[in-house]
Design a protein around this ligand. Structure first.
Ligand SMILES: Nc1ncnc2c1ncn2[C@@H]1O[C@H](COP(=O)(O)OP(=O)(O)OP(=O)(O)O)[C@@H](O)[C@H]1O
Ligand SMILES: [Mg+2]
Length: 336
C-alpha cells in the first residue's frame, strides 16, 4: 500500500497513515497537528508540497525522492493541492515505494551492458584477425592457419555464450520443463567425473568421489542434473592449480533430502565477491576467467537449475584454501 500524508495551509500535518509513518521511521508517534518539518525532517518533501500548493488546485505533480534513512529508499511522490476552506489550501501527498522497481531496472541495464560487452569481445578479435588475413597474412601459410584457429576459437566461444544465455533465460522464464524421474545421483556424478577426468589429469588435479551406492534416488531431470555437476566440477578443476584436489560427495540429510558437495583445494573466492558470485556474468577475475573460456554464466545456471529441482545452494570459500559448493535436492525416499 501507499503512504499518504496531508498538510494544511500552515504546513501542519492533518493526516498521515501507518505506511507513511513506517517509511519515515516514525514509530507510533502520531504527528497530527504538528508542523511538518518537526515530524518529518525532510526538506525535499517539504519543498515538493510547497511547489504543489503554489501550482494551485487541479495540478498533480510527480517527483522522485531518495531517502537515506531509516532504510535507503526511492519514493515516487504524487502531490495534489487540497481546498480546505475558501482561503485555505492544503496538500495531499501519495508516496509509492519504487525501490525494488528501480533496482530491477538497474539489473536489467547492467545485464544488457554485460551482454553487449561479452559479445563485443570475441567479435572484435574475429574482426581484427580477419582484417589482418585480408591485408596479406593469408599468403603466409603458417600465420594464416594460426589466425584462423584463433578466429575459430572465438566463434566457438560466441556460440557457447549464446547457448548459455538462451538456456538461462528459458530456465528463468520457466520454459524449461524438467523431466523428473527417480535418478541415481551417484551414477550421474560418476559419468560427469569420467568426462572431466582427462582435463583434470592434464592440469594435474586429482578427482575423487565419495558417493555411497545406497543413496535414495532423487526426482531429477537427468540431463539437467548432469549439467549442474558439469558446471560445478568444471569450475572446481578450472580454479584449482596443479597438485590440488577436487572431491564430489553426497549424503542423505534431514528432511528426506540429499546433500551434494563439490569441494576443491583451489584459489578460492574472496569474501567480498561471494554474495554476488551466482549472478549472471559475475566473475572474480574477468580477464583470467575469460582466458579459461568462461562466460560467467555457469553458476547462474546451476543456481536456477537447483532451485527448479526444489533444492538449495550454498557456496563457502576461503581464498588460497579452496571452495566448497553444496546443494540439496529432495529425495523420493519414503521420508520425503
Ligand atoms: N571452484 C571455484 N573456485 C574459485 N573460484 C570460482 C569457483 N567457481 C566459480 N568461481 C568464480 O566464480 C566465477 C563465476 O563462475 P561461473 O561458473 O559462473 O563462470 P565461469 O566459470 O567464469 O564461466 P562459465 O560460464 O564458462 O562457467 C568464476 O569466474 C570464478 O571467478
Ligand atoms: Mg564455470
Amino acid at each position: 500500500i501507499e503512504g499518504v500524508i496531508a498538510v494544511d495551509a500552515r504546513d501542519a500535518i492533518l493526516f498521515m497513515n501507518e505506511r507513511a509513518r513506517t517509511i519515515f521511521g516514525l514509530g507510533a508517534a502520531r504527528g497530527e497537528r504538528k508542523p511538518f518539518l518537526e515530524v518529518i525532517r525532510n526538506v525535499d518533501l517539504h519543498a515538493i508540497f510547497h511547489e504543489s500548493r503554489a501550482a494551485g488546485e487541479g495540478t498533480v505533480s510527480r517527483h522522485e525522492l531518495r531517502l537515506a534513512s531509516p532504510v535507503e529508499r526511492r519514493l515516487q511522490v504524487n502531490a495534489v493541492p487540497l481546498r480546505l476552506a475558501a482561503d485555505e489550501l492544503g496538500v495531499v501527498m501519495v508516496l509509492h515505494d519504487v525501490t525494488e522497481l528501480r533496482r530491477l531496472e538497474q539489473v536489467r541495464t547492467e545485464f544488457v551492458a554485460n551482454v553487449s560487452h561479452e559479445l563485443r569481445t570475441p567479435l572484435t578479435a574475429v574482426h581484427g584477425y580477419l582484417e589482418t588475413l585480408l591485408a596479406g597474412a593469408l599468403e603466409e601459410r603458417e600465420n594464416a592457419r594460426r589466425f584462423l584457429e584463433i578466429v575459430f576459437r572465438h566463434t566457438e566461444r560466441l556460440g557457447r555464450l549464446l547457448d548459455d544465455l538462451t538456456d538461462l533465460s528459458n530456465i528463468e522464464l520457466g520454459r524449461v520443463s524438467l523431466k523428473l524421474a527417480p535418478t541415481r545421483l551417484d551414477e550421474v556424478a560418476e559419468s560427469v567425473l569420467a568426462i572431466i577426468r582427462p582435463k583434470a589429469e592434464s592440469g594435474r588435479v586429482t578427482l575423487g568421489s565419495q558417493l555411497p551406492s545406497d543413496l535414495p534416488p532423487v526426482p531429477a531431470d537427468r540431463d539437467r542434473l548432469a549439467q549442474i555437476f558439469i558446471n560445478l566440477v568444471d569450475n572446481a578443476v578450472k580454479y584449482t592449480p596443479e597438485g590440488g584436489r577436487v572431491t564430489v560427495s553426497a549424503r542423505p540429510v534431514a528432511g528426506g533430502r540429499v546433500e551434494v558437495t563439490v569441494a576443491d583445494t583451489g584459489i578460492g573466492i574472496p569474501p567480498a565477491d561471494l554474495p554476488r558470485i551466482t549472478e549472471r556474468f559475475y566473475r572474480v577475475d574477468r580477464a583470467r576467467s575469460r582466458e579459461l573460456g568462461g562466460t560467467g554464466l555457469g553458476l547462474a545456471i546451476v543456481k536456477h537449475l537447483v532451485l527448479a529441482h526444489g533444492g538449495e545452494l550454498w557456496i563457502e570459500s576461503e581464498p588460497g584454501r579452496g571452495t566448497t559448493v553444496r546443494f540439496t535436492l529432495p529425495s523420493s525416499g519414503p521420508t520425503a
